[in-house]
Design a protein around this ligand. Structure first.
Ligand code: PRT
Ligand code: ZN
Length: 226
């Protein structure tokens, strides 16, 4: 699949927390689609703006590779992949264009309930489990704290119980999951929500006008929602 020049392609989550609100927001912007039989592609009908339905983790890479023009993704995912990419390539390939006001959560350090929190220095020499090693690594460096980072792709909150780690760095919304695992949140590394992500460089073909139209409508909808 090649990034179209006269159509705009937006990647959104296929299923999960951001899937329905992302689609509802774009519908509020006057977009409508005809779905492909495999339900992975939605062809724009009211405007030449198509959707690709994917895993959220794939969205930054799809923008970087030009497969998609824009994407709706958590700031947490975008920031993690941006740090990793800048470390590898020395430059960003995508950035946040708008914050969208849904999917709110925090990326926080959590420690066992029974511990007293005295600050970042307390983490020195401990093992911290996370799915966000780049964000955590940068933060630990900023704090001047030398701790072990244990990268896990899921079930991070049970790592302390399993003896894989002493503390965790994970997304928190209500805090119920932490409480169920006898953990408590301490410091927040990132306040996250869903964002519209796009390339660092502006479009140079007819996608520019389409993106501008979409942003104008989006800003109107976001203002009304406030
Ligand atoms: O399949 P795919 O890879 O696309 O989906 P996914 O499972 O990776 O993502 P999904 O749908 O779980 O989350 C998508 C995005 O929603 C995240 O990247 C965040 O930007 C945002 N979001 C908002 C959250 C939460 N709130 C949240 N609470 N993502 C995850 N959680 C987790 C949290 O880590 C905890 O384990 O949900 C659990 C419940 O949270 P509590 O604190 O309410 O108990
Ligand atoms: Zn994911």
């Amino acid at each position: 699949v090649q990034g179209g020049r006269d159509r705009l392609r937006i990647a959104i989550q296929k299923s999960g927390r951001l899937a329905d609100p992302a689609r509802a927001l774009l519908t509020s912007c006057g977009l409508s689609w005809r779905e492909s039989r495999d339900r992975l592609f939605c062809y724009g009908e009211s405007l030449p703006i198509d959707l690709l339905l994917v895993r959220d983790d794939d969205i930054p890479g799809l923008i970087r590779d030009g497969v998609c023009d824009l994407g709706v993704v958590g700031r947490n995912v975008l920031a993690e992949q941006d740090i990793a990419l800048r470390r590898d390539q020395g430059a960003s390939a995508f950035r946040e264009w708008r914050s969208l006001g849904f999917g709110g959560c925090r990326l926080s350090i959590a420690i066992p309930e029974t511990w007293e929190w005295s600050g970042a220095a307390q983490l020195a020499g401990l093992r911290i489990a996370t799915s966000y090693p780049a964000i955590l690594g940068d933060w630990l460096r900023e704090q001047g704290v030398d701790a072990g980072v244990v990268e896990l792709s899921g079930s991070v909150e049970i790592a302390p119980k399993l003896g894989q780690a002493d503390a965790i760095c994970d997304l928190v919304s209500s805090g119920a999951t932490l409480a169920a695992n006898q953990l408590k949140p301490t410091v927040t590394l990132l306040e996250s929500e869903a964002v519209l992500a796009g390339p660092v460089k502006p479009f140079e073909d007819s996608r520019a006008a389409l993106a501008e139209l979409l942003l104008r409508r989006l800003d109107g909808v976001l203002r009304m929602r406030h």
